[in-house]
Write a protein that binds this ligand. Structure first.
Ligand code: ADP
Ligand code: MG
Length: 211
């Protein structure tokens, strides 16, 4: 994937986030403060506007610009977390003009590590980590058995979706939702739901790459 493919990923993620703003807000209304959809839409709109204006030259520059924008525009808990995820992914990409499957796997892993370093959530705490960690493992499994970008990102998106579904039975142990304790059981985690959209956008974009 080159810089323009990374810009296409963010544009597709923004499209899905905008389409699902009400859904994300609805999920956050059940176990949080009903702002996740609006937060994410604000952040991704700003990220797309910045990318259109500045057209960063490398994949890393694209993701770093996205991370900085998300930190400054989303707010809440998820702004710094997603911002850190994209900035750590950028760091892992280096300065190469095109990113092969293995390197993208390292970037996804770095993104997850950044989220966990900042937010201290483990799998099972009912956060975006449940979707992201499942996605990273599934991605790595496909690449280590010789698969390419399209298959690995598709497996990652499917696993993120299963990670999201698994949050329904969990009790929130991190963030605002944790204040509601057992009342969070029975609901999808909003951050895990937005993570699925971002991973699905990546699979759509990578699926169009000729490799
Ligand atoms: P806020 O909770 O500040 O209103 P958002 O509504 O935008 O922020 O985001 C809520 C989401 O952030 C949660 O659904 C969860 O996935 C994620 N989140 C919150 N705290 C953490 C954390 N410590 N680690 C990982 N993810 C977290
Ligand atoms: Mg919220």
């Amino acid at each position: 994937m080159d810089a323009s493919a990374f810009r296409a990923w963010i544009a597709e993620a923004a499209r899905l986030v905008i389409d699902n703003t009400d859904h994300l807000t609805h999920l956050d209304a059940a176990i949080g403060d009903a702002d996740h959809g609006v937060n994410m839409r604000r952040g991704f709109r700003a990220a797309v506007a910045l990318l259109d204006e500045t057209v960063p030259a490398t994949p890393a520059a694209v993701l770093d610009a996205v991370g900085r924008t998300l930190i400054s525009k989303i707010g809440g808990a998820s702004g710094p977390l997603y911002g850190t995820a994209f900035r750590q992914a950028a760091k892992a990409l280096g300065e190469e003009p095109a990113v092969p499957a293995e390197r993208l796997g390292a970037a996804l892993h770095a993104a997850l590590a950044g989220v966990q370093r900042l937010g201290a959530a483990k799998e099972g705490d009912k956060t975006m980590v449940d979707a992201l960690a499942a996605a990273v493992s599934a991605y790595q499994a496909v690449v280590s058995s010789g698969g390419g970008l399209a298959g690995a990102t598709r497996a990652a998106a499917d696993a993120a979706e299963r990670g999201l579904q698994a949050t329904v039975a969990m009790q929130a142990r991190k963030g605002r939702a944790s204040y509601l304790g057992p009342r969070t059981i029975g609901h999808e985690d909003p951050g895990a739901a937005s993570a699925v959209l971002i991973m699905r956008a990546l699979a759509t974009t990578a699926g169009k790459e000729v490799t």
